[in-house]
Design a protein around this ligand. Structure first.
Ligand code: TYC
Length: 112
């Protein structure tokens, strides 16, 4: 096995490579991803949640209605997975929009 630089001067009589293995794996660590979740409550109107999912999460009306119903029935659902900065922006946008309309809707993020 020939790893790392091998020079002509590293050859011995029977032409076998001699050298010091210097290769290291390229560590391309991907940034962590964050799940953004919407939580159910008894007061936020269904259509308001549908609107949020369309406006901030790029869903069609049909997709948004489907996810809203999952949150309503199960208590919560993941509505998107993003980098830390994007996830934080989504959470802030949802929380501000809900507060501005005086709805108790909660949106949180969690490392995947
Ligand atoms: N449970 C609410 C209702 O019955 C609807 C709702 C759905 C609220 C999803 C929040 O994240 C939520 N009006």
């Amino acid at each position: 096995m020939a790893l790392g630089p091998v020079y002509m001067s590293d050859r011995n009589d029977d032409d076998t490579d001699i050298g010091v293995a210097t290769k290291t794996r390229a560590r391309t660590k991907r940034p962590p991803l964050y799940k953004v979740m919407l939580l159910n409550d008894d007061f936020t109107p269904m259509e308001f949640v549908v609107h949020i999912l369309e406006r901030f999460f790029g869903m069609t009306h049909a997709e948004a209605f489907e996810i809203m119903l999952i949150v309503h029935k199960k208590g919560l659902a993941i509505v998107g997975v993003y980098s830390h900065e994007i996830a934080e922006t989504k959470v802030t946008q949802v929380m501000e929009f809900a507060r501005r309309h005086q709805h108790p809707l909660q949106c949180t993020m969690e490392k995947e």
